[in-house]
Design a protein around this ligand. Sequence first.
Ligand SMILES: [Fe+2]
Ligand SMILES: [Fe+2]
Length: 478
Amino acid sequence: MTDKQTHLTVMGEKFIIAFHRVIHTIKIHSDNNQLLQESVLRFKNILSDMAGTGEFEVQIWRARIYFQGERLLYRRKSLQLINEMIDYFSERKLQGFCFLKSATDASLKDLLNFTRLSNESSVQDDPSAWLTIQLKKNDITWVEALQEVDEAKSGFEFQKKEHARQLYKHTVSDLMEVAVKVSRKSVAGVRKARRLVQSMADMIMEEESLFLGLTTIRDYDDYTYTHSVNVALLSMILGRHIGLSKVYIEQLGICGMFHDIGKVEVSKEILYKAGKLDNTEVSQMRKHPLIGVLRILKLNAPHDLKSRIVLGPFEHHLNYNLTGYPKIIYSKKQTLFGRILQIADSYDALTSHRVYRTREFVATEALSLMWSKAGKDFDPLLLKVFINMMGLYPIGSVLKLDTGEVVLVKDYPDETERTRPLVLVMEKDGQGGVSAVGLLDLSERDLNTKQFLRNVVKSVHPSSLGLQPSEFFLAETG
Ligand SMILES: [Fe+2]
Ligand SMILES: [Fe+2]
């Protein structure tokens, strides 16, 4: 989480708590009641803090709260409150409020008036339009009611997704261009690749789950390229989780993009062979990390950058206990980049469809298979972080619930506890496809029994439903 996000999250939560309290207290108590006076004063203080530096917006977008355009990352314990606020806004057909700087001077009476009008608007025919008129009539000029808009036409969330999708696509096609040049032995520059990776690093900081969703893209024709971009993304996100600086995260991204570049010298017959490889073929295949190094060194890029991105790709099949390939004598340890790439590479390879396997692994199977090799193939500590980062059910996995519902894992709203995700409910659309019909929170409990309302029975193959999880991260309806 960036400092800006942490700050907004803290302020945002305070704002929601204060606002929530006023809208409820005002329903029960008269204006001079002490409890109401206290709660409105608290609301005034937080409003002054936030509006003090300029106008600020609180908005709802697809069941999320945004402060100043930044998504509020809330803790599970405030989820109930957040949901109530979301309902409050949607009952009033409000997208949110924009508080102007002058809100800092609003009197307590004004604030009470505003809250009362906002509450009352719910019973009007066109609540948000009514509220706008009433605010004007009552001379309340320091706040604007933002009306719900047609989300297909606008919305920064939509733009963000589109931006992420374009970025992914451009990265894949740029990588293909570089690979073609490299295989023809002509000079390939990395300026563009570097720029794309930098943009991805920027976006990962705030929209991690969107990119984790994107890594479920499985474009079989371009396997090597989508695989490389996925490895780049997974490595970068893992790098972020262990607290690497942005410079390192970007270098990791470039390593990921080029980790298999040595495969340009391995013949297609070997790369796409359906059966088992014979010994000569295996040794051909195993040359790709070394060839990769030679190819990376020939790229048209600054020397210091190249020196930082050769070791990771060279070591991505080396294994944590050095039992992999190529054999090395220069060190007794796999480098950090090598260890990160090894994890990201194995995970993406295991969950992808490959001709030599009858079926790809479900995300959770891949993680437990990898865990069985912790300390051997993988750095156990890094793998723990990776598993925690992916969550018990990685974003993009499809689950069957004990209610019979089939759902797609969308997000983990709570960064620290990744066991009960937010999911999209999937239903057959009657035209041979599947569509998302709603959003559920698997952490919801029955109010009386305190039991979870829904539990996961098992993971299901996305392909068995004819489903491409990534599509739902780009254009889900839930
Ligand atoms: Fe490889
Ligand atoms: Fe790979």
